[in-house]
Structure formats: structure tokens, C-alpha cells
Design a protein around this ligand. Structure first.
Ligand code: CP3
Length: 345
């Protein structure tokens, strides 16, 4: 598809569009009856590792919702396996790393390099299938080094990230060594996804908001810079983080063509902080998917108003669609953003 045929690719490149492009993080997932049906037959990891099924759920999300971009169905933790860090998905509790990485000996044992095209071949195959099946632009993705490191160190999601922070302040050299391994592995993984056909990539720094600005600058930003340098300028990169709006200017300084922001910052303030010509993705609180539609539409309108006059806005939720949402409400949001943004042009 030539770029001018896609409002999503145009917005990524900062070109004005006739409507505001929209896609939803976690647009493929348990809120869809067909997804739940597939999951009743195969585990989550099997689904990720079966390109035929992963491509099917990727494409279904686009046709169910009418969104302007697809995101490849996979998970940020898949890259841990080639690095030698085992993980599992437990029923109900989410991901778990049975042997958390907390000592420098364990960090030394993490692989220095991965062969992403070979070791994560199923993701590349899923990407090739989706590209062959549809014209909608496809986003590849990976977890950002801090979010991956905090999973590896904590062993699961966490409220306070004390173990990760303990390593960060107690043995900054070891922490940096782990971050460096993740930065290089993630770059290799995303470059392989781009080789396979991903037209944009997103870095999910979902847990970075637990950090202070100073710790971000000292312990995270240098590795993000390494990562962005290794990606070059092959495709646009969306740099998403959640939880702490104070970090957005620092994330912007670290790199990325588009900054993805959550609802904890007023969208207009995000432009004030990051610049009128910043390309931003966001930022509806996903909770609005669970309330009355009129409230959701009104909040979407406030976001569109704040973005008016700024080229490159990509509408999204501030975080993923939750299992309690319905396809009909998510579809109504997508239709509303298309109609309401066209009226504003
Ligand atoms: O956006 C999409 O549609 C693409 C698919 C996608 C998944 N995970 C599928 C998934 C993406 C982009 C991710 C990224 C991901 N995975 C992140 C970053 C985004 C975020 O939400 O912050 C994180 C932190 C993970 C790690 C992860 N994977 C968690 C915490 C969980 C458990 C979530 C839960 O609600 O149980 C997963 C599992 C997961 N990844 C599911 C899906 C659809 C649910 C698995 C299931 O079917 O049971």
C-alpha cells in the first residue's frame, strides 16, 4: 500500500490526515469471543508460537474493530527464552519467571546475543502471513529493556519493584550489564521483525513509570539510546510508556518518532511538555470502554480537541483493552474517532 493510502502511516510520518488514525493496544484478546474460543483449545504461548493462529487473531482484531493498524499477536516476554530466561504463564496470575535474575552470576549467564530470525522464527512467520493476508499496516513490537529487566528481576509483575530497584542502586554495574543485554536483544528482535515485514515498531515500557526521573536518566536512558541507534531509521518507532508523565520528556529525549502516553497526563499538556510538533499516540483511559458510551465519546472528543492542529496524532487507549470490554463498544469508539475527527478537519 503506498503511504498516502494509509492514514496510520501518514500520521506516523507527521503528515496531515483526513481522519485521525486509531488502533487499540491489546486489540486482540480475551474480550473477543472468538479469541476465547481459540484459547479454550490452545495455551497462550502455543497461540503465540503457531503462526497460523497468531495471524488469524491479528487479522480478526482489525476486521472486528475497523482500526487503521494491526499489531502482531505475540508477547513481550517471548524474547526471554532465547536469552536463556525461562518463563511461564500461570492461570489468572499472568506471567511468572520461576528463577528470577538477581545476582551478577545469573546476569553473566544471560545470552550476549540472540539470533532472533531463527530463535523467534514463529513471530517472523506470523508477520509474513499477516502481510500476505491484509493491506492494513502492521506494527511489530517488543518490551523495552527496563520493563523486561523488571520482569526478569522481580519474577512477575510487581507493585513496588523493590527487587529491581535494589539491584539498580545496590549493583549498578550488574544492572547496566543486564539492561545492555536486553537493549541489544530487543534491537535484534525488532530488526528481524522489520526484515519480516513490520511497517512500524512499538517499544512497550509498561512498567517504567515506577522510576524517578533521575533514575530513568541514569539507569534507563543510555540503554534506550543504544537501542534506538541500533534500529536506525528503517521504520517509524513508537515509544510507549505508562504510569509517570514526568518521564515523557525524558523518553522523548531517549528517542522514538512517536511518543505513546497514558491518561495520567492531559493530552493538551502533553503537547505543551513535548512540543507542538511532537507526534503523540494516546490517550483514552481504557476504563471508558466499560462505562456509558456517551461518556466515552465525550472523553474521546476532548482528546481530539486537544490534538486539533497537531499533525501526527494517533488515537489509542492509554493502555491495553481489558478482558471485561466488549467488541461492540470498542468498535463504537473506533467509528466515533473516525467520524468526529473527519468533522474537525
Ligand atoms: O496488542 C495486541 O493486540 C498484541 C498482543 C499483545 C499481547 N501482549 C497479548 C497478550 C501485546 C502488544 C502484549 C504486550 C505485553 N505483554 C505487555 C506490554 C503491554 C502492556 O499491557 O503493558 C506486557 C506487560 C505483557 C506481559 C503480559 N502478557 C502480561 C502482564 C500478561 C497477563 C495479562 C492478563 O491480563 O492476564 C500477558 C498475557 C497476554 N498477552 C494476553 C494477551 C492477549 C492474555 C493471555 C490469555 O489469553 O490469557
Amino acid at each position: 500500500m503506498p503511504p498516502s493510502m494509509s492514514v496510520f502511516l501518514d500520521a506516523l510520518n507527521g503528515r496531515p490526515t483526513e481522519t485521525t488514525p486509531i488502533w487499540l493496544m491489546r486489540q486482540a484478546g480475551r474480550y473477543q469471543p472468538e479469541y476465547r474460543e481459540i484459547r479454550s483449545r490452545v495455551s497462550f504461548v502455543e497461540l503465540c508460537k503457531t503462526p497460523e493462529l497468531a495471524a488469524e487473531v491479528t487479522v480478526r482484531a482489525v476486521s472486528d474493530l475497523g482500526v487503521d493498524a494491526a499489531i502482531i499477536f505475540a508477547d513481550i516476554l517471548l524474547v526471554l527464552e532465547p536469552l536463556g530466561i525461562g518463563f511461564e504463564f500461570t492461570k489468572g496470575d499472568g506471567p511468572r519467571i520461576p528463577t528470577p535474575i538477581r545476582t551478577s552470576a545469573q546476569i553473566d549467564a544471560v545470552a550476549d546475543e540472540i539470533d532472533a530470525a531463527a530463535e523467534l522464527h514463529f513471530v517472523m512467520e506470523s508477520i509474513r502471513r499477516v502481510r500476505a493476508e491484509m493491506d492494513t499496516p502492521l506494527i511489530g513490537f517488543a518490551g523495552a529493556p527496563f520493563t523486561l529487566a523488571s520482569y526478569a528481576i522481580e519474577g512477575s509483575g510487581s507493585k513496588n519493584y523493590y527487587e529491581a530497584k535494589k539491584l539498580m542502586s545496590g549493583d549498578p554495574g550488574a544492572f547496566a550489564a543486564l539492561m545492555d543485554k536486553f537493549a541489544r536483544a530487543v534491537a535484534a528482535y525488532l530488526n528481524a521483525q522489520i526484515d519480516a515485514g513490520a511497517q512500524a515498531v512499538q517499544l512497550f515500557d509498561s512498567w517504567v513509570g515506577c522510576l524517578s526521573p533521575n533514575d530513568y536518566r541514569t539507569h534507563v536512558m543510555p540503554h534506550m539510546k543504544t537501542l534506538f541507534a541500533a534500529l536506525g531509521k528503517r521504520v517509524p518507532v513508537i515509544h510507549f510508556g505508562t504510569g509517570n508523565p514526568e518521564l515523557y520528556p525524558l523518553m522523548q529525549e531517549a528517542g522514538g518518532d512517536v511518543i505513546g502516553v497514558d491518561w495520567r497526563i492531559e493530552f493538551g499538556d502533553a503537547y505543551k511538555r513535548l512540543g507542538d510538533d511532537a507526534r503523540l499516540m494516546g490517550n483514552l483511559d481504557p476504563a471508558f470502554l466499560l462505562g456509558p458510551r456517551e461518556a466515552m465519546f465525550a472523553e474521546a472528543d476532548r482528546i481530539l480537541d486537544a490534538a486539533a492542529g497537531h499533525a501526527g496524532h494517533i488515537f489509542n487507549l492509554g493502555h491495553g483493552v481489558m478482558p471485561q470490554a466488549t467488541v461492540a463498544t470498542a468498535r463504537a469508539l473506533v467509528d466515533h474517532v473516525h467520524e468526529a475527527s473527519a468533522r474537525r478537519r
